[in-house]
Design a protein around this ligand. Structure first.
Ligand SMILES: O=C(O)CCC(=O)C(=O)O
Length: 283
């Protein structure tokens, strides 16, 4: 049983005059510079009020359908089966920002809904994404809060300026979810002072570089969820690396699909193309 088919924002838009991603997000040259220098940048309010309400309700439906063996922080690449998510992550206003980071030919490489329930939401140790993924090429992640997030409910922390050097030394962990972490001796001694927390309101987002060290604590709050969508975008000429993920509803494995959401399939790989229909409501 997987429940009724999910609708896309496209269909919901017709029904409810919905525009999920605000078309007037500003991404200034100072923000672009900050991304280059620090390896992350905050983007302000990305979702419209109606977009946030709709995304939360879709996500709650999905969490209700979650396979009992999976945790709510293990919903991988659900945009491949959830049209609303595919449309959200390919909204032109978001891609305009992603383009500043990785160029004009953009593939959705994966997405991850990392939802931490109150009291039980897990920590993620310091790590650099690229060292896990066996990829090469320009890549960036949009981190979108669907709840207000802070230290208490397990937000993310980044270590600015550490995305340009060699990968930091790692050590093994005995944990299925995260089997490696940056060795604490490779982090600066004053990491607690240097780290920057994403203390965001629901609907706000940040963008982080694939090599920036980052982590998140447990959700220690009594009753606040931490629901976050992370989307990984890669330049269409990148080295993409095959992978499989469990379907969040059935645990059946499916192949990661590389979806071209802007620009050209420059290496002629036969990438599937998806074009968002999201336009301003009055457009
Ligand atoms: O959101 C988090 O808790 C961590 C996110 C993360 O590890 C990532 O975006 O790569």
């Amino acid at each position: 049983m997987t429940g009724p088919p999910a609708k896309g924002f496209r269909q919901l838009r017709k029904e409810k005059a919905l525009q999920a991603v605000r078309s007037e997000i500003i991404f200034s040259s100072e923000q672009e510079q900050q991304y280059q220098t620090d390896g992350y940048v905050l983007l302000g309010q990305v979702l419209s009020e109606s977009g946030l309400t709709e995304a939360r309700s879709q996500l709650d439906r999905m969490i209700g359908q979650l396979h009992p063996d999976l945790q709510p922080d293990e919903i991988f690449s659900a945009h491949q089966m959830e049209p609303w998510l595919m449309e959200l992550i390919s909204a032109p206003a978001l891609l305009d920002i992603v383009e500043k980071a990785i160029g004009p030919n953009i593939v959705v490489w994966s997405s991850h809904l990392i939802c931490k329930p109150p009291q039980t939401g897990r920590a993620i140790p310091w790590h650099q994404d690229a060292t896990y993924w066996n990829i090469a090429g320009k890549m960036t992640s949009i981190w979108l809060a669907l709840d207000d997030v802070d230290d208490g409910n397990g937000t993310m922390y980044v270590l600015p300026g550490y995305h340009t050097g060699k990968p930091l030394a790692r050590r093994d962990r005995t944990d299925d979810f995260f089997d490696e972490e940056i060795n604490p001796t490779a982090l600066p001694k004053d990491v607690d002072q240097r780290q920057i927390g994403y203390f965001l309101k629901a609907g706000q987002a940040g963008m982080h570089h694939v090599m920036i060290p980052h982590r998140s604590p447990v959700n220690s709050s009594k009753d606040r969820w931490r629901r976050v969508l992370v989307v990984r975008y890669m330049s269409a000429d990148g080295d993409m690396a095959l992978n499989q993920y469990p379907d969040y509803r059935t645990k059946e494995m499916f192949d990661r699909k590389f979806v071209l959401v802007r620009g050209e399939d420059v290496l002629g790989r036969g990438l599937e193309r998806f074009q968002s229909n999201e336009l301003p409501i009055n457009g």
